[in-house]
Design a protein. Structure first.
Length: 480
């Protein structure tokens, strides 16, 4: 399902927010929740609006929330996986700061992503707050809204640490809630609770809407991310997904170019096929749209893919930029606008030639689940030879053409497999942090490239705009 075309004018009035006060929006028309959300169909409209907020706005030139479209900046570019096209990242303003581990609190991309995720949360809260207005069964709608809210909070808490926690639509007077950061443990309590509700309330197999499998998969990753990980719970959830028969690995290239009946995808953000020069789809989020090279593969990643990825993943993960004339640079090749990730045709621009593909942005897929299964079985150890873990690990490698039989999996093996399998999908930074390798890996990468990584760079700064608006309530992260 593609959500843009389903948004109706009525929703705009209810969901409109100001640029700054996105946690305490006020209606911009006479239509309010008191006189609109009275049927399941009207709640569905609000639910679609919440999904729409994940996609982000459609105009790069305007000061709008871009949601997941900016996610590669705050994740992949801080993981050693991708870099900017400018040799000196300090010359490329906001975007270059991520690669160089020199992010400033005034960074506009950080503010945009922060605001975007809270817009998602607000729209999910609108749905939840109006459930009682409807007499019909709203179990599935509640489950979807809580999945969406958990997804946004999970992204925010991993990127910013302690954050404001809004579990309802805030009134203008609730500035203490809007600007007071709470302990990450409380945020995770809400995430876990929301995802448990989602797993119990959903039984569909949508790819671009919340489903039982998606909720189980996201909850498994949350359990593995907790300060005190719930390894057994994560393992059981992964095994429920594996044993459900709903998902399977497909041809590696088809994962990213087959949107309908894609049995590998548990959850993706839906986008339309477009020709409009100001409309985005997932191709842009790999940095080959508005300006080719915003998100180049690093030489470090290319080396690992060549050595450990196998020919299938090498051929379908990156390619040399055919129009870069000054040096050899590599494009992310999982979401090309023309659907051809292996050809020699220069990457299309936004002039309408050729038509841009409407790739959906994949958030969670089966290969990720199989590798999370290995991680859960490893249970914080440095290796495993468990038959169940080996079976899951081997499935991913077999699909990549690496059919040599693995008899033992080390933590470094798992991290490498996740890197070459999930490259450019915004997982690497979180994997390094979750598995306790971020400090050593990113320090080495930073030293090699002359950057300035320190442990405080593992969290982003709270946007300075929010600190300024908080009247002293909002604290800043260490190191900023």
């Amino acid at each position: 399902m593609k959500f843009k075309k389903y948004i109706i004018v009525l929703l705009i009035g209810v969901l409109a927010t100001s640029c700054n006060d996105f946690l305490e929006p006020e209606p911009s028309s006479a239509i309010t929740s008191e006189n609109y959300y009275t049927t399941v169909a009207e709640l569905e409209t609000a639910l679609v609006g919440a999904y729409d907020a994940i996609q982000g706005a459609g105009n790069y030139a305007k000061d709008e929330n871009h949601g997941v479209q900016y996610e590669f900046y705050v994740t992949e570019m801080r993981s050693g996986n991708t870099s900017t096209k400018i040799a000196d990242p300090d010359d490329f303003a906001d975007s270059g700061q991520f690669e160089a581990f020199n992010v400033l609190p005034t960074n506009g991309l950080v503010l945009n992503y922060y605001a975007s995720m809270y817009e998602v949360i607000f729209r999910a809260n609108v749905v939840l707050e109006n459930l009682a207005n409807v007499n019909d069964d709203t179990t599935a709608i509640e489950a979807e809204a809580k999945f969406i809210r958990a997804y946004a909070y999970f992204n925010l808490v991993r990127l910013f640490g302690d954050i404001p926690l809004a579990d309802h639509v805030l009134s203008p007077e609730e500035t203490d809630v809007q600007f007071t950061r709470v302990d990450t443990e409380l945020v995770y309590d809400l995430i876990v609770s929301d995802l448990i509700t989602a797993t119990e309330g959903l039984d569909n197999t949508y790819r671009t809407r919340a489903s039982k499998g998606a909720a189980q998969g996201l909850l498994a990753k949350v359990y593995l991310t907790l300060d005190e990980p719930e390894y057994l719970q994560a393992q059981l959830l992964c095994e429920e997904i594996i044993n459900s028969g709903e998902y399977q690995l497909i041809d590696f290239n088809d994962v990213f170019y087959t949107e309908l009946d894609n049995q590998e995808v548990l959850f993706s953000v839906g986008f339309e096929s477009v020709t409009d020069s100001q409309t985005f789809s997932a191709q842009w989020m790999n940095g080959v749209g508005v300006s080719s090279g915003l998100n180049y593969a690093t030489y470090d990643l290319v080396d690992d893919l060549n050595e450990f990825g196998g020919d299938i993943r090498v051929q379908n993960s990156f390619r040399q930029d055919p129009v870069h004339l000054t040096s050899v640079r590599y494009q992310c090749a999982k979401y090309f606008p023309d659907g051809d990730n292996g050809g020699d045709t220069p990457t299309p621009d936004f002039n309408g030639n050729p038509e841009l593909a409407g790739n959906d942005w994949i958030v969670l897929r089966y290969a990720d689940i199989l590798l999370l299964h290995v991680e859960a079985i490893m249970a914080g150890g440095n290796e495993t030879s468990s038959a169940a873990a080996l079976a899951s690990f081997q499935q991913v490698r077999d699909r990549a053409g690496l059919t040599d039989v693995v008899t033992n999996i080390s933590l470094d093996d798992l991290l490498m497999e996740r890197r070459v399998e999930l490259a450019f999908e915004n997982h690497r930074l979180f994997d390094l942090i979750r598995l306790g390798k971020a400090q050593s890996v990113l320090s080495a990468y930073s030293d090699l490239n002359g950057f300035g990584f320190t442990s405080t760079d593992l969290l982003l700064p709270i946007p300075q705009n929010e600190v300024n608006l908080s009247d002293g309530l909002m604290s800043q992260n260490p190191g900023y």
